[in-house]
Write a protein that binds this ligand. Structure first.
Ligand SMILES: Cc1cc2nc3c(=O)[nH]c(=O)nc-3n(C[C@H](O)[C@H](O)[C@H](O)COP(=O)(O)O)c2cc1C
Length: 218
């Protein structure tokens, strides 16, 4: 175990939520990864709040362990949340490596990862509250020096909003959906100005296409 303030050192805020990517194995050892918000409880425990409809929930319930991958790369968030942007609708297997303390995969190309065991799983509604205990924290050796780029934050915010927009459109909550669509339109303008013709503007255009498709279905 690393020093007790290790979660704080890598940016966790007690009782606050940080955005990460959780990777797990299914019962046939196929790896998956999905963005998830995490709330730290103390220096050794954190909580996940996971929709029971996700594969991540099924895997965590089955395997009782996983890995939290730490990254601020919008491309990783995009490819792990919308699996259909990947070849064969699946994340490439060579993106993953087996963790050392738990039976779960981690994503190679991230800044750090936290191996964890599930210690408690509760929740009677559509979401489960999953209490996890840190088994190991490891930092990548890659140079993670990065300039602050507005496009990166704008893309990640838009991906988060997009996942909610789909839910609100499906449930007929039009006002809530419109508020988020307006925000995504705002972020699209920022990205097209600070990162024109880039992978980030391509991701924004993919998000806009998805929103149009979801809207048309109604
Ligand atoms: C930044 C971000 C954070 C997210 N946080 C959560 C979360 O805390 N709980 C959850 O159930 N879904 C969350 N989602 C949505 C899931 O990532 C999404 O439903 C995903 O497709 C689930 O994939 P899976 O079925 O492979 O597990 C989040 C999405 C993003 C982009």
């Amino acid at each position: 175990m690393l020093p007790s303030d290790e979660l704080t050192k890598i940016g966790f805020v007690r009782n606050g939520i940080v955005e990460t990517i959780v990777s797990t194995f299914d019962k046939n050892q196929n790896p998956i990864a999905a963005p998830m918000g995490i709330s730290s409880e103390d220096e050794k425990h954190f909580t996940l709040s996971v929709y029971k409809t996700t594969k991540t929930y099924v895997n965590l319930k089955e395997k009782k362990c996983g890995v939290v991958n730490i990254t601020s790369d919008p491309i990783l968030f995009h490819r792990t949340v919308f699996k259909d942007v990947n070849p064969g609708n699946k994340l490439p297997k060579d993106w993953f490596t087996h963790a050392s303390k738990v039976d779960a995969p981690y994503l190679r190309n991230t800044d750090a990862f936290i191996e964890f065991k599930v210690t408690n799983l509760t929740g009677s509604g559509e979401k489960a509250k999953i209490l996890c205990r840190v088994q190991k924290i490891a930092k990548s050796k890659k140079n993670s020096l990065q300039v602050y780029h507005r496009a990166k934050s704008a893309v990640i915010e838009s991906i988060i909003h997009a996942t909610r927009i789909e839910v609100f459109i499906v449930s007929g909550e039009e006002k809530k959906a419109k508020e988020l669509v307006d925000l995504v339109n705002h972020y699209t303008k920022i990205v097209n100005r600070v990162a024109p013709n880039s992978i980030y503007s391509e991701i924004m255009s993919d998000i806009q296409t998805r929103i149009k498709k979801w809207t048309k279905k109604r």
